[in-house]
Design a binder for this molecule. Structure first.
Ligand code: FES
Length: 655
């Protein structure tokens, strides 16, 4: 007779297993995502399933072969003591007796977490570095003189097939072992950190008996301006809270190079910045734990992504070498550290901190995280990934080869160095349209749903007012000025007589275009000046030249798609970016936003330890192109000053 056919839903995975096989065993054999913390002892209840068709062993009914009857006794006891929901079975106890269909409810499917990336939605297999394991340890014996820890190690190896040769236990955790084992009746739940590659195992904490608690992890994107964190449940990857703080290092310098200079000029400068950023992370931990209603000590894992200067300052390495060619990193490898080594006292004292590897001196762990999220190495088509910030990190590649470079765009895209510029905040102009016939502008500000020429706009903006223009607003304004003919291809703003609009006003020997004049009501005059245009031209030329340099390396004049990463990238209109010549020509519907792809990459590394090994392998194969020493960069930079470009065609703009 054929073995029973088992079909799991919603995965659709199927296969045949011998009659009497427990559902959990069948799930493991067929690669179905079904959780277990107690290793099938009928204690943790994580393996619950809904049998929807077929015959299974029942409570209290002896199932042949006789040896299997105990399984049901365990489940019956569980049901009596803790209760099972109607129709639910413990997957580790219920045995398959005939052809069956088994539904795995979402709370038992812990190994998949959906992460959205620019081109698709992708499943992440949950396999975090730190997980809970219930272990049954043999009692000590006068004839067997081994210690409790040695017997725990043996039990971990026997019951969970975990190699424990290099297993370490911090002293404070070891001191809890003996009382926990005796209190738990020789059962103990351990939070075990399993390093990838050659890193050994480490017990981070332990509890008597079966501990039904949760472990959490933090994915932190440490930027030069802001520090953003997601608090994730390590069981299912769910983000339970998010928070951000300003990077307090701003007081030492707005941009990275000023911070490197601060470290060069001041004996204690680097250490001061290290203390500032670690304090900020500790405050962030307290805040995010409160928001997620958890104890900070439940945070056992932390993954950090950041640019090389932030990386060195966080770790306590001198960043001075990163301020001068050849921009040597102290180490480009990933780092796996104790929270205590970084003074991250807000986390569990034994928590582990993982920093992704850097790609090169100016292309850091944040770019590696973007790569992990977007996987250019898996792309059939040629993809250009642009993470726009004070420096733009650019990656270009496909299945055959991936290149990366960093380009010094400066802070203009973030609204800095712009006469009416400001950060994206309520009151900032974020969208702009200019009528090509009347040359009259309309705009939207952050915090108001209406365009400036719509009824109710004045009422809605009365409180916040119009305060300035942010990065996405200035990009749209300059692109719209070009399309409306108030700005020529060289980037010169015309006079009122040349453009036919009084909004073009003289400013010394140049002109400015007035977007909004609120002076009669005590508000600001918001205009786009010739120097603003120059700052945007420099920034966009640097970005374009970096991309073009990578295209030269691959001997191509076109890309198949463009991914705009970063919070700023999420707000750029693809059309305006292309009119301006920020990015190479591409079908507009093939330009997508990946949001905070660096943060997504950090979450992936938090949820899946194999992803850590993958990015460590991949960064060695990403070819770094150094813009600072490449003469063609200057040529591309000069040609890209024109709007959109002096020579490169943009056929998709005319379509
Ligand atoms: Fe723990 Fe089934 S695996 S109760």
């Amino acid at each position: 007779m054929m073995d029973p056919l088992v079909i799991f839903t919603p995965s659709g995975k199927r296969g045949r297993v011998p009659a009497g096989t427990p559902v959990l065993t069948a799930a493991r054999q067929l690669g179905v995502d079904l959780d277990s913390v107690c290793g099938g002892r009928g204690i943790c209840s994580k393996c619950q399933v809904n049998p929807s068709y077929g015959e299974f062993s029942k409570h209290g009914v002896t199932v042949k072969p006789d040896a299997l009857s105990d399984w049901n006794a365990v489940e019956e006891r569980y049901d009596r003591v803790r209760g099972l929901k109607e129709g639910r079975r413990l997957g580790c106890q219920a045995q398959i007796l005939s052809d069956v269909v088994i539904d795995v409810p979402p709370e038992s499917q812990v190994h998949k977490q959906v992460v959205r990336k620019a081109a698709a939605v992708r499943d992440i297999t949950m396999d975090p570095a730190t997980r809970l394991y219930l272990v049954e340890v043999t009692e000590p014996d006068m004839h067997e003189p081994s210690g409790d820890l040695e017997r725990l190690k043996r039990a971990l190896a026997d019951q969970w097939q975990i190699g424990t040769e290099g297993l370490t236990v911090p002293l404070p955790v070891l001191s809890k072992l003996q009382p926990a084992l005796r209190k738990g009746g020789w059962q103990v739940t351990v939070a075990l950190h399993r390093g990838h590659a050659d890193a050994g195992e480490r017990i981070l904490d332990l509890w008597p008996g079966f501990w039904d608690g949760r472990l959490y992890g933090l994915a932190i994107d440490l930027g030069s301006t802001t520090i953003a964190a997601h608090l994730c449940d390590l069981r299912n990857g769910e983000v339970i809270a998010s928070a951000g703080v300003m990077n307090p290092q701003i007081r030492f310098g707005e941009d990275l190079m000023s911070r490197v200079s601060y470290a060069m000029m001041n004996a204690d400068g680097a250490a001061e910045m290290t203390r500032a950023v670690r304090d900020a992370i500790n405050r962030l931990v307290t805040e995010i734990a409160a928001e997620g209603s958890i104890e900070p000590s439940q945070i056992m894992e932390c993954v950090l992504v950041c640019n090389p200067v932030m990386h060195h300052l966080l770790v306590g390495l001198d960043p001075v070498e990163l301020g001068q060619a050849p921009f040597a990193l102290a180490t480009s490898d990933s780092l796996s550290l104790d929270a205590a080594e970084l003074d991250l006292s807000g986390l569990n004292p034994a928590a582990r901190v993982y920093l992704l590897p850097c790609i090169a001196g100016h292309v850091g762990a944040d770019a590696a995280a973007v790569a992990l999220a977007e996987e250019p190495w898996a792309s059939e088509d040629l993809v250009l990934i642009v993470d726009v910030g004070t420096n733009a990190e650019i990656q270009l590649g496909d299945k055959r080869r991936v290149l990366a470079c960093s380009s010094p765009t400066g802070p203009a895209f973030e609204g800095a160095q712009i006469s009416s510029g400001q950060r994206a905040a309520p009151g900032a102009i974020e969208r702009v349209e200019i009528d090509p016939v009347t040359k009259e502008p309309r705009f939207r500000i952050i915090g108001c749903d209406l365009w400036s020429d719509e009824d109710g706009f004045a009422a809605q903006t009365a409180a916040s007012g119009i305060t300035g223009i942010c990065g996405s607003g200035i990009i749209e304004a300059v692109a719209e000025m070009r399309m409306a003919g108030v700005l020529d291809a060289r980037g010169l703003i015309g006079s009122a007589a040349q453009t036919g609009t009084d909004r073009c006003i003289a400013e010394g020997r140049t002109h400015a275009y007035v977007l909004h004049d609120g002076r009669t009501d005590g508000g600001p005059l918001i205009s786009v000046t010739q120097s603003d245009i120059r700052a945007i031209q420099l920034a966009k030329s640097a970005l374009y030249a970096g991309a073009r340099l990578l295209m030269d390396e691959l001997d191509t004049d076109t890309v198949d798609r463009v991914v705009l990463a970063g919070a700023f990238g999420a707000h750029i209109s693809p059309k305006h970016a292309m009119v301006l010549g920020m990015i190479p020509d591409c079908a507009l519907d093939r330009v997508t936003s990946a949001g905070n792809a660096a943060g997504t990459g950090a979450r992936i590394a938090l949820c899946n330890r194999a992803a850590r090994a993958e990015i460590e392998r991949r960064v060695h194969r990403i070819h770094k192109v150094e813009t600072a020493i490449e003469p063609r960069f200057q040529e591309h930079f000069v040609a890209a000053n024109a709007i959109p470009h002096a020579t490169d065609p943009f056929p998709h703009l005319s379509g």
